[in-house]
Design a binder for this molecule. Structure first.
Ligand code: ZN
Length: 408
């Protein structure tokens, strides 16, 4: 099936590079008055309406001057969880910190208890709703982590649910094993790290359930030494790291991430010059999660510092029940502009091509390019520039989401 989309007012996000860094973060490839050819699941070409249109097509869809952009890529989510942690919302309003909530038996351990009591089918049913919500909000590629299991059996349950989601939805879904999200109840940190390395990683690898490995390398959770041990073990099973680092304090996580060839180091609310320098020349994408900063009233990452140093930045939602209960990447883009003072173009690149890179899919998603998946958003009338998406940040802007060439 070849579908020709015609009369696109602005086709934005054109490009073939795998990531953008430094000054290139300010550039968004655009074509006014354009057409786009979709062949099955992929983009087969694009061009100006003034030029000759492809003739060998099965159908034509006139979008009457609408803007077309690539679907968002969300490289960091915890979208599989059981139940709700709404009660903690009130604790947070009353002023308890993340660490205090965790110390009171809430936080990740609370989610682990709920998940343990929830069967795989029920967990899938609850989680697929969130993934569909994310797709409807424009996300065409989504990374999902385990990490609310904290036992071999429950971590495998989470990862099997992620696999079922991947088989069910048109979005590209990547799976990350985050056994080292917190130390399970009743275990020492040392014993838990041993469990992750000796039992969980081999079991995950045996079922080929994960694309990546992640560790919560944070003060009070896992040290850089624990992290290195887990990453070295995972590397033997072919799992590339994506790391949680520098959310609660300068953790040393960035250095471990870069040393182990991580695809991304995520959070980075607290970074010094040394962390920024560390990323230079690496393949590791600095990734920030402004939805978590917003929800927790914590500092935002110094995204501009990274860009000024010639680096790229990705933004992701961190969709999770405790610290970022939103998977809305357009809101993430707006926070990038409003709170992190990124230009709309920088924030747009951060939620599309760079976030695609941070989850290892920028060869098939994150921009408009021939051969990439036809994952696109057709915007509503009135949204005719990249800036308008972030400026009118709560006005519904999506007319249609098309993933793998088909409308949702
Ligand atoms: Zn996270």
């Amino acid at each position: 099936m070849r579908t020709l989309v015609t009369d696109i007012g602005l086709l934005a996000g054109i490009g073939t590079g795998l990531r953008k860094e430094g000054l290139a973060m300010s550039e968004v490839g655009c074509l006014k008055d354009a057409w786009l050819l979709i062949d099955g699941e992929v983009i087969a070409g694009f061009g100006a309406m003034a030029d000759r249109l492809p003739s060998d097509v099965d159908e034509t869809a006139d979008v009457a001057g609408r803007m077309v952009i690539p679907a968002f890529c969300d490289s960091h989510t915890h979208a599989v969880w059981a139940g709700s942690r709404e009660r903690e919302f009130e604790d947070k309003i009353r002023g308890l910190s993340y660490a205090e909530i965790a110390a009171n038996g809430g936080g990740i351990l609370n989610s682990a208890d709920l998940l343990h009591r929830t069967g795989e089918d029920e967990l899938f049913a609850q989680s697929i709703v969130r993934v569909r919500e994310m797709m409807a909000a424009g996300s065409g590629a989504i990374e999902i982590k385990s990490g609310y299991g904290l036992s071999t059996e429950d971590e495998l349950k989470m990862l099997r649910v992620i696999r079922r989601i991947r088989e069910e939805v048109p979005a590209v879904v990547k799976s990350t094993f985050l056994g080292a999200h917190a130390v399970a109840r009743g275990m020492t940190r040392e014993n838990y790290v041993r469990l992750v390395c000796d039992e969980m990683i081999p079991a995950v690898a045996a079922e080929r359930l994960a694309d990546f490995v992640d560790v919560f390398c944070e003060e009070g959770f896992f040290t850089p030494e624990d992290t290195a041990l887990i990453l070295e073990t995972a590397a033997r099973y072919g799992l590339r790291p994506k790391l949680h680092a520098n959310q609660l304090a300068v953790s040393g996580g960035v250095q471990v991430a870069v040393a182990h060839g991580a695809l991304s180091a995520d959070h980075l609310e607290r970074t010094t010059r040394a962390e920024i320098e560390c990323f230079k020349g690496s393949g590791t994408m600095p990734t920030m999660l402004p939805g978590a900063s917003f929800f927790l009233r914590e500092p935002y990452g110094n995204a501009r510092g990274f860009i000024d140093a010639g680096l790229g930045v990705a933004l992701a939602s961190d969709y999770n029940p405790g610290t970022s209960p939103s998977g809305d990447m357009r809101f993430v883009m707006a926070l990038g502009c409003i709170q992190m003072r990124l230009t709309p173009e920088q924030a747009f690149n951060a939620v599309t091509i760079n976030s695609a890179y941070a989850m290892g899919v920028s060869d098939i998603a994150g921009s408009i390019a021939s051969g990439k998946l036809a994952n696109i958003i057709v915007t509503r009338p009135g949204f005719d520039s990249i800036g308008s998406l972030a400026y009118r940040y709560s006005t519904p802007f999506i007319e249609k989401v098309i993933l793998r060439g088909k409308s949702l």
